[in-house]
Design a protein around this ligand. Structure first.
Ligand code: FO1
Length: 314
């Protein structure tokens, strides 16, 4: 009798937040077939504002892979105008979370489709098809998961902390409302079980990756497959490339280094990709039973991005 065909395919699955993940997915698309990449995307930053459902991480990735992202802001669309927000501000409306005129069309479209009974997964697929994005984007769940911050000024939603307070206030705890009841979206668990490699993007471990891990079933798959899991450290030389990862790690008692990242992901990863600037920390990571790959992890040029993509696949 012939042996059963292996279920493992060549595809890779990337646990993804916003900007760092978008860049890594772009880098991976340079070195492998984009259609063989699945991104499982955080929805803990999502919000409903002006009656519109906004999914920042899904949109940042879609816009970036479509070549439409606003490089200057690192969110939203390039060539954007702000007439609606300016008019809203003029009326005294809520304008702290800036939605560009063209970006608004995405949120109008999503909200209409959700009202018709579509899911966030459906909308992500439709937007990718529209803009020719071949990477498969899967929101981790179609249920509501809200990342919440206990802070010195009270309990805040993600965007209140991140945008309204410019992530400049002290955080004492982070929680994920709804996560324990959430059901992984169609294809998510299957993608994680059957891919040849799972990658954790250089996104914020505490607020971009953790809400994905909190959805029932996901952490267990990573634990089971940890030898096949590669993470890219978002901390380089003791600082975050972007955003508040360094500040939050320190405030919540974690070591602000790639060793701290290795410790945070203990039991979940087999390999950590760290930056050359942290080469001397490789031994400390290895002592935690994790393989280390040292390379340039800042994707500041297409050559660097390609090298990181190759490192993640090697
Ligand atoms: N970030 C800001 O700093 N200010 C904003 O006004 C803002 C608006 C915004 C609108 C749509 C969108 O998809 C993202 C937006 N972001 C904005 C980025 C977002 O707050 C964060 O970068 C992510 O949630 C963190 O990954």
């Amino acid at each position: 009798m012939l042996p059963k065909p292996s279920k493992v395919s060549r595809v890779i699955t990337v646990l993804s937040g916003g900007v760092g993940a978008a860049r890594l997915l772009g880098a991976l698309s340079m070195v492998m077939e984009p259609s063989e990449i699945t991104a499982v995307v955080n929805v803990g930053d999502d919000l409903v504002l002006h009656g519109l459902t906004i999914c920042p991480d899904l949109d940042t990735i879609t816009y970036t892979l479509a070549g439409l992202n606003n490089d200057k802001l690192s969110w939203g669309l390039r060539g954007e105008s702000w007439r609606v927000m300016d008019a809203l501000e003029d009326l005294g409306g809520e304008a702290w979370f800036r939605l560009g005129d063209r970006d608004l069309a995405t949120h109008l479209y999503r909200t209409q489709r959700l009202a018709e009974g579509a899911t966030k997964s459906d909308v992500a697929r439709e937007l990718c098809e529209h803009w020719g994005v071949a990477v498969r984007l899967l929101p981790v769940t179609n249920d509501e998961v809200a990342t919440m911050f206990d802070t010195e000024v009270g309990r805040l939603s993600f965007q209140e902390y991140f945008v309204r307070h410019r992530h400049g206030i002290e955080v004492s705890a982070i929680s994920f409302d709804g996560a324990e009841r959430a059901v992984a979206a169609p294809e998510v668990l299957d993608a994680l079980r059957t891919c040849s490699r799972i990658v954790i993007a250089p996104s914020n471990p505490l607020i971009s990756i953790e809400p994905i891990l909190q959805v029932p079933g996901i952490r267990a798959i990573l634990e089971d497959r940890h030898a096949d899991v590669v993470a890219v450290s978002p901390i380089i030389a003791g600082a975050a490339v972007k955003g508040p990862a360094d500040r939050l790690l320190a405030e919540l008692g974690h070591d602000v280094s790639c060793v701290g990242v290795a410790h945070y992901y203990r039991g979940l990863i087999g390999t950590l990709v760290i930056d050359q600037a942290d080469a001397e920390l490789a031994t400390a990571v290895r002592e935690r039973g994790i393989n280390v790959h040292v390379t340039t992890t800042i994707m500041s040029s297409p050559e660097n991005a390609r090298r990181l993509g190759e490192a993640v696949l090697s």
